[in-house]
Design a binder for this molecule. Structure first.
Ligand code: ATP
Length: 237
């Protein structure tokens, strides 16, 4: 579904990705793990047309390199960004509707209403709070909202940037269960995480990114047992 070949990304003269090659197959949960500053967010943002990059990115066989962010969304890719980046003064429901912005313009009003209901089924907490300002939600609820907003674009590939960041363990479990459920419902997932154990616990495959390079990849179960991963990312000897 997604093929990334020899991808380089830059912030001015700083090279943040140095020849990354990886892929995601339809129906997979793939995780990208790595320490602070490894380039994980840069990779997701390159996919979304938000960072200057060179190399090759193709989605369903067609290049999405150099597409504007809204064109990437129109192709079927959407992101719940790091730090959630919800619109705090707007209500929960308005935030969700913004996720369907392109579809509103395509006059898909009826389908959007159906999908809104699906998001509320997925996250009943958001239904309870739908008329409240999003800024009043807890961290976990804001993460639900960020995922819900990304889903309102009806993506085939959902990008999640550190969905467990700053959440209590119980909330992390809820979010991870949701990711597994979304995959069952047909959404393919590429998830960036610093919390390697949690991410590898639900993923099919993983990539380890270090200073802009993939240094290791394989089935998630193998990475969980890998000595290098265990030492560097799972806090064990
Ligand atoms: P984190 O988990 O801390 O978000 P990350 O793995 O997602 O880390 P990136 O945010 O992709 O890493 O950062 C990769 C590198 O690019 C880092 O060295 C970072 O300092 C640098 N970088 C990221 N954003 C910018 C920016 N807007 N301008 C300049 N340098 C940046």
């Amino acid at each position: 579904m997604l093929q990334i070949k020899n991808l380089y990304a830059y912030y001015g003269k700083i090279e943040a990705l140095s020849g990354v090659t990886c892929h995601v197959r339809t129906g997979e949960i793939v995780t990208l793990i790595g320490a602070n500053g490894a380039g994980k967010t840069t990779l997701l943002n390159s996919l979304c047309g938000l960072v200057r990059s060179r190399g090759n990115i193709s989605f369903d066989g067609a290049s999405i390199m150099h597409l504007a962010p809204e064109a990437v969304v129109a192709c079927g890719i959407s992101q719940a960004p790091e730090g959630r980046q919800i619109f705090a003064p707007l209500t929960v429901e308005e935030n969700l509707e913004l996720g369907a912005y392109l579809r509103f313009r395509q006059r898909q009003q009826q389908e959007i209403a159906v999908d809104l209901k699906k998001i509320y089924d997925l996250f009943p907490r958001l239904w309870e709070r739908r008329l409240q300002a999003a800024g009043a939600l807890s961290g976990g609820e804001q993460q639900m909202l960020a995922i819900g907003r990304a889903l309102m674009a009806k993506p085939r590939l959902l990008l999640l940037d550190e969905p467990s960041l700053g959440l209590a363990p119980l909330m992390v479990d809820i979010i991870m269960d949701t990711v597994v459920r979304l995959r069952r419902e047909g959404v393919t997932i590429l998830m960036v995480e610093q919390n390697a154990r949690t991410a590898l616990g639900i993923a099919d495959r993983g990539y380890v990114l270090e200073t802009g390079r993939i240094i290791l990849s394989g089935p998630a179960a193998d990475l969980l047992n890998d000595r290098q991963v265990t030492r560097a990312y799972l806090g064990k000897d």
